[in-house]
Design a binder for this molecule. Sequence first.
Ligand SMILES: [Zn+2]
Length: 285
Amino acid sequence: MPELPEVEVVRRGLERWAVGRTIASAEVLHPRSIRRHVDGPDDFAARVAGHTFASAERRGKFLWLPLNEDEAVTGHLGMSGQLLIQPAGAPDEKHLRIRFTFTDGGPELRFVDQRTFGGMALEPLEKDRHGVVVPSSVTHIARDALDPEFDVDFFHSELRRRDTGLKRALLDQTRVSGIGNIYADEALWSARLHYDKPTSRMRRPDTDRVLGAARDVMSAALAVGGTSFDSLYVDVNGESGYFARSLHAYGREGEPCERCGTAIKRESFMNRSSFFCPKCQRPAR
Ligand SMILES: [Zn+2]
């Protein structure tokens, strides 16, 4: 499942290869991939044709391409979605769902999605609670952890007010967006905080430490993802090199903690896993 750095890599690809180009046609090959567009595939195709992608935007894992000030094409990658730039006329991918061609006759933008949990839509642009213009499906999503405008004071006061487990709060996209399971475990390890620490007991330095750690690990992943990006092929799943080398907690059950040597522990958490050092990250008391 793509996390924020992978999605940012895709956004940069779209910025480079799709923005400024005028759509000649949009061909929907699987109706499920356009189910969020309530008026259906034909309406989608008719309404995007002739428009130019004005920019490529992202909040958390949500991507969108405004066509003008009123509406945007949104892309939800889901579990397996990919946005690819492919030469015009290249053979179709097995799981090709939507194809955009452009008036310049250049490379096509293709949405490929094996499991079809993702999809695209044309959505109105609206103001969120901060007054920032985003697609209607994104208005409830909080600014992401890498956004310089992210409001740490508000986030901290909400942690204290709405008591829950710390990792649950980090994964809650309405509080802070873009932190997925892997980054949460890595940030908690760096900040030496237990995943189930009650948020009502968070002190401000704890909040600063875990958010700072989340930003660091995501920025590092972005820096790596960004380097291999100079190609015509934009692939969300092709940027995993970072994880193989740099993880301290996630996926390391039984291996020694790099700080204290204690074996990393795995516990089940929200149908997934939490990896942590039982010594450095003491359970909440
Ligand atoms: Zn440790």
